[in-house]
Design a protein around this ligand. Structure first.
Ligand SMILES: *Cc1c(COP(=O)(O)O)cnc(C)c1O
Length: 386
């Protein structure tokens, strides 16, 4: 992008591109990890009625503290994870992207470091950039798990104010065990944050955007909340909850963390429409999550199918996923070509993660059938090209 010469854009942004996956009109949209199923008709009607009911009051600003919504989200988390969470522990914003930005605004900043494990979600470095926080990462193992000793050594060395870990991780689908998170939290108790008041320890943020897709017996990091005041768990209604269009993300943490978020949030950041729509959807949790078990099964089937396919004489690598997407390939020598040939067949996946890998998210059964058929065609074409 060539930046206009007459605008005083920040020098560090002069060569930056806007973030975002392609938005193309295709048959199978498998690139941004949404729930592919549209809303139940009765739920949609309920939302419309609620919006109609509050429309006359839109001359007023919304509840700045979105108290009723936070009560509902706390109830949802209690039911979803069996963990005692109250309204004081919860904070919501326009997508977990805004939650993350607020975390960086409150706890990052000049002279501060945020530490993560690569490969991971590519938006994190942008929140760091936008808040003048230094972004540092530890390389994951070749199977995308985290070497905990190495990570803890980096925490002790860097003394970050923020530790950001994603579980299940995007784009790899890798789960991080609560025992490992607990070891990191334990280590933070002896680490004082660089550039902070002396008594402060790193805040450990666990991004659980895909938590509802994990296998049923797997605990959420929410279980660590009662043991550590410096953990914060980020969730979203964008993925499993099938509500990406509304933009609603939320955080569960110690009430003091929530108070820090209130300092940096914009006034009335969550519109009355957003709050109302989210509350109706939370009344219909069962319908909103109705397809999650099916999508989980589809993930298992897709992983198995992919691992049986061949490219240039050997089977595809598949990263074990606890999410609604699968990272596959591992040694594609021309992943952009594979991606483009799939788009020509109406299948949009994502070029993301380390070189040689591609990511596909779970769609409807019809979309997945088209994905399989098209991928087989494309792999045979690319094999014969070089
Ligand atoms: C998709 C995603 C989010 C969700 O973003 P929203 O702003 O809530 O839509 C957050 N974290 C990760 C790792 C994601 O992949």
């Amino acid at each position: 992008m060539s930046i206009s010469q007459f605008l005083p854009l920040r020098n560090d942004l002069l060569h930056e591109e806007p973030y975002g996956a392609p938005q193309l009109d295709v048959t199978a949209c498998l690139n941004v990890n949404e729930n592919p199923y549209s809303l139940d008709e009765d739920v949609a009607k309920d939302i419309a009625q609620e919006i109609l009911a509050i429309a006359p009051t839109l001359n007023r600003y919304p509840d700045r503290d979105h108290t009723a919504l936070r009560e509902d989200l706390a109830k949802y988390l209690r039911e979803e994870s069996g963990v005692e969470v109250e309204y004081e522990n919860v904070w919501a914003a326009n997508g977990s992207n805004e939650i993350m930005l607020q975390l960086f605004q409150a706890f990052g900043g000049p002279g501060r470091i945020a530490l993560s494990a690569d490969p991971t979600y590519s938006m994190y470095p942008e929140y760091a950039r936008d808040t003048f926080t230094q972004w540092k990462t530890v390389e994951r193992n070749s199977d995308f798990s985290i070497n905990i000793e190495k990570f803890i050594a980096a925490v002790e060395e860097e003394k970050p104010s923020l530790i950001v870990l994603t579980s299940p991780n995007n784009p790899t689908g890798t789960l991080l065990d609560n025992a490992d998170i607990a070891r990191i939290l334990q280590a933070t108790q002896n680490v004082e944050v660089a550039g902070s008041i002396q008594s402060a320890h790193p805040l450990v943020v666990i991004d659980e955007a895909y938590a509802e897709f994990r296998d049923p017996q797997v605990p959420s990091a929410l279980e660590l909340l009662e043991h550590y005041p410096n953990i914060a768990i980020s969730r979203t209604m964008s993925k499993a909850f099938a509500f990406a269009g509304v933009r609603l993300g939320y955080l569960a943490a110690h009430p003091d963390v929530i108070q820090c978020m209130q300092i940096v949030r914009l006034p009335y950041h969550l519109s009355a429409l957003t709050q109302a729509a989210a509350r109706v959807a939370l009344r219909h949790t069962k319908e909103q999550l109705a397809q999650v078990a099916h999508l989980r099964q589809l993930r298992e089937d897709t992983q198995e199918w992919l691992s049986q396919q061949t490219y240039k004489g050997h089977t595809l690598h598949v990263a074990p996923s606890q999410s609604n997407f699968v990272l596959f390939g591992g040694d594609f020598d021309n992943r952009d070509r594979i991606f483009s040939l799939l788009v020509e067949r109406g299948v949009l996946i994502r070029v993301v993660g380390p070189q040689g890998w591609l990511r596909v998210c779970m769609g409807t059964d019809e979309e997945m059938a088209l994905f399989r058929k098209s991928l087989l065609e494309v792999l045979r074409i690319v094999e014969n090209e070089n």
